[in-house]
Ligand binder design. Structure first.
Ligand SMILES: [Zn+2]
Ligand SMILES: [Zn+2]
Length: 343
């Protein structure tokens, strides 16, 4: 089978790999759609020295059809249409049982230590296979596997409702998911994005207001859109220090912010925070990382029942053979969601 690998220094190629075989409890899924995510780019941008000897298939947004199942699998069947949750865990520790597979001591994320979704087939566990309702396409399944789930989980923690003005910093794939879903929850959305193409996309996706942080001061722009008070809720989906600061300082007294974007700051290096504003305005800031797998059912229902225009964020679709081209384009930061699709 074919699989996309990152060689370092933004070199990528499609190589041949043996098709995986399902062991006990495992499932092989034939890919139909696989999304590209900002965190894939962190691997793509590593140096060739950092990638030396790493031959791992990229991608962690898998969706497709069950091809074969291993011994003891009776909850998933050949032919099932599924979205595949993007971390594999032990299945039995307290974190796995709570649905927080990403915290399992044995957690393995696709495209990191194990072969990912930019391939003809993927090996997973039966418990990672999330059945797609008839109303949802494989492209929806790819979105749900990571970006849409990440957005949904953060918005739920923030308890966004129709009472809220929600500022979303960064209109990459996670930011666009936040925009669509915050509106689906009734929120009024102000999108903040420095890149013109992404501002245009945010407008198409229904942003109520759009701010270019390079041409206006976000803090005062948000205040002028909120009768001088500031926003109720803010999310940073960019990972930049300026946006994290903006997510705190654009808030009203007692507002809530979530940091979602990982950014590219080296792990462990602290990001500066406007502590005085945080204290004086009694701001609540939280971090939010991916989604507990158990949220899947509510997320799928939410997308179907609110008829959310999820697919409109997809601006480019490529075949697996064209995957290196897809990653190079996505790396330019001017696209909406980019996905790899199979016929
Ligand atoms: Zn992701
Ligand atoms: Zn576990």
């Amino acid at each position: 089978m074919r699989g996309l690998v990152f060689l370092g220094d933004k070199k990528a190629e499609v190589r041949d790999f043996p098709k995986p075989e399902p062991g006990p409890g495992e499932v092989v899924v034939e890919m139909k759609a696989a999304g590209l995510c900002g965190s894939d780019l962190n691997y793509y941008r590593q140096t060739s020295a950092e990638r030396a000897g790493v031959v791992i298939i990229a991608g962690h947004e898998p969706s497709g059809v069950v091809d074969s199942v291993g011994h003891g699998v009776n909850t998933v069947h050949v032919g099932d249409r599924v979205s595949v949750y993007h971390y594999r865990g032990c299945g039995h520790c307290k974190h796995c049982l709570a649905g927080n597979i990403m915290w399992c001591p044995e957690a393995r994320g696709y495209g990191g230590p194990i072969h990912g979704s930019a391939a003809d087939f993927i090996l997973t566990d039966a418990r990672n296979c999330l059945p797609l309702p008839d109303e949802l396409t494989f492209a929806h399944g790819a979105l749900i596997a990571c970006a849409a789930g990440t957005a949904f989980s953060a918005l739920r923690k923030l308890q966004v409702s129709g009472n809220d003005t929600v500022v979303i910093f960064g209109q990459g794939p996670v930011g666009m998911n936040c925009l669509i879903m915050a509106r689906g929850m009734g929120g009024r959305v102000i999108a903040v994005e420095p890149i013109a193409q992404r501002r245009a996309l945010a407008r198409k996706l229904g942003a109520d207001e759009i701010i270019d942080p390079n041409s206006s001061d976000v803090r005062s722009a948000v205040r002028s859109l909120t009768k001088g008070e500031g926003a109720d809720v803010a999310l940073d989906c960019s990972g930049s220090d300026a946006a994290r600061d903006g997510a705190i300082t654009c808030l009203r007294l007692g507002g809530k912010a979530a940091f979602v974007g990982l950014g590219s700051r080296p792990a462990g290096e602290p990001s500066p925070i406007n502590a005085l504003h945080l204290i004086g305005s009694q701001i609540t800031v939280m971090g939010s990382f991916v989604m507990p797998i158990s949220n899947y059912w509510d997320l799928a229902d939410f997308i179907v029942q609110r008829r959310l225009p999820m697919l409109e964020m997809i601006t480019h679709r490529f075949s697996i053979e064209e995957a290196p081209e897809a990653v190079a384009l996505f790396d330019g930061g001017r696209t909406g969601k980019v996905i790899i699709e199979w016929p």
